[in-house]
Every structure is written in C-alpha cells, then in structure tokens.
Design a protein around this ligand. Structure first.
Ligand SMILES: CC(C)(COP(=O)(O)OP(=O)(O)OC[C@H]1O[C@@H](n2cnc3c(N)ncnc32)[C@H](O)[C@@H]1OP(=O)(O)O)[C@@H](O)C(=O)NCCC(=O)NCCS
Length: 202
C-alpha cells in the first residue's frame, strides 16, 4: 500500500516533477536509444528536457503528482482531448534542451521518435496520458497505481477515452490493470513500443 496522495501540482513543484521524471525514466529503453548509453549524461539531458516538457503539459493540460510527506515522488501528466500535441512555442522551448550537451544525432532521434508517436495518435477524442513516472528507488510500492486510479477516475467522470504510448513490456501489464488495451506494437528507434487505448466509460 502506498502512503502517498495525488494532487494537481503547483507551479512551484514543476522543477521537482521534472527531476522525478528524469530519474524515474532514466533507464527506459527509448531514452537510452535517444539520449545515449551514459546514465549520468542521460539523466542530465532528461532533466533539461522534462523541465521544458512539464511546463508545456501544464499549459495544455494537467500535471498531477503523488506526494509523500509533501515531497513529489511520482508524476502523471495528462492532456485533454484536442490538446495532445506540443504547441510550436513548446517545441521551441524543448528543442534547445535536446540540441545542447547531448551526443551527436540526439535531436534527429528525438524528432523521429516524436513523429512516430504523433502519427499514431487516434482520431477519436481522447485524454493523452504521459509523461508518467515514479521516482527511482520508489517504484513497485503502489505509487503508480494510485496515480492511474486518479487519472481513470477523472476520465470516467467525463465519459472520455484515453490513450498512451509506452516502451516497456512490464508497463503494458500495469496499464492493462486499469483498462487499457494494446492497439499496436511497433519499433521506434529500434525499441518495441506499445500504443494503448482505454475506452470511454458508458
Ligand atoms: C511504470 C510505473 C509508473 C509504475 O508505477 P509503480 O509505482 O512502480 O507501480 P505499482 O507499484 O503501482 O504497480 C506495480 C506494477 O507496475 C508494473 N511495473 C512496471 N515497471 C515497474 C518497476 N520498475 N517496478 C515495479 N513495478 C513495475 C508491474 O506490472 C508491477 O506489477 P507486479 O508487481 O505484479 O509485477 C513506474 O514503475 C515507473 O516509473 N517506471 C519507470 C518509468 C516508466 O516506465 N514510466 C512509464 C512510461 S509510459
């Protein structure tokens, strides 16, 4: 059982949220493929990336977080129907974070990856879930489940569908517990990715 609570994060908590996402997702296969094999460098690059990305998601949707004794231990970003894609302004803020201080080719890989995900986005109106992560060292303690239950309650209240992308097989099982099913499996940057859908509540 988790002793955490889920709340919409305040502006002042966005930096902590980005740090949790960078640590929590540091070793995800797609991030290794995009940002290179060095874990410390990857975490630095992801921290810069998520500082810009969290700002963007918060502008288009909501960044919820799991808090334990006031500390951000998990992050759950979500964008409402019609607002899945980063705006040009957001892209302009994110681009320098992947251009600077990253191995050669990183920008091309991140752009290619983002296009591969964007072109699969369902036409049906949906909430787009992500980024989602629990801090490194705290995974497997129920924090992610707490955040997913909160997310599903929000979309069910609105009778709306949801959609996500993931790059780890164990996450598929995790999301299936919350009613998502796999629409497609495909390689992106040479890494298996799963595209998952959750129907709207009747
Ligand atoms: C995926 C994630 C958000 C799940 O949150 P969590 O708090 O670890 O999950 P919970 O404790 O609520 O649930 C455990 C279930 O999650 C799944 N899981 C996925 N990654 C896991 C991990 N690193 N550690 C433990 N469980 C994990 C398993 O299905 C597990 O069920 P099991 O114990 O029966 O095998 C979290 O593990 C994480 O941040 N992983 C790394 C980043 C990531 O992949 N984010 C999602 C990108 S789409």
């Amino acid at each position: 059982m988790s002793d955490s609570e889920v709340r919409d994060l305040a502006r002042s908590q966005r930096r902590a949220a980005a740090d949790v996402l960078a640590r929590g997702m540091r070793d995800n296969p797609i991030n290794v493929a995009a940002f290179g094999p060095n874990p410390e460098r990857r975490e630095q690059a992801l921290t810069r990336f998520f500082r810009a990305a969290v700002y963007g998601v918060a502008g288009r949707g909501t960044v919820a977080g799991a808090l334990r004794e006031g500390r951000v231990v998990g992050v759950c970003g979500m964008a409402p129907p019609g607002r899945c894609h980063p705006t040009p302004g957001e892209k302009a803020r994110i681009l320098p974070t992947v251009l600077l201080g990253t191995p050669p080719g990183t920008t091309g890989r991140v752009v290619g990856w983002s296009n591969e995900w964007a072109r699969r986005d369902p036409a049906e109106p949906h909430w787009h879930l992500g980024p989602v992560a629990v801090d490194a060292g705290l995974q497997g303690q129920g924090i992610g489940s707490l955040m997913l239950a909160d997310f599903c309650a929000r979309v069910d209240d609105r009778r709306e569908a949801a959609y996500l992308e993931t790059d780890k097989r164990e996450n598929v099982k995790f999301y299936e517990r919350f009613g998502f099913t796999v629409l497609e499996e495909a390689e992106v940057l040479g890494v298996p990715n799963w595209f998952m859908h959750r129907p709207r509540a009747e």
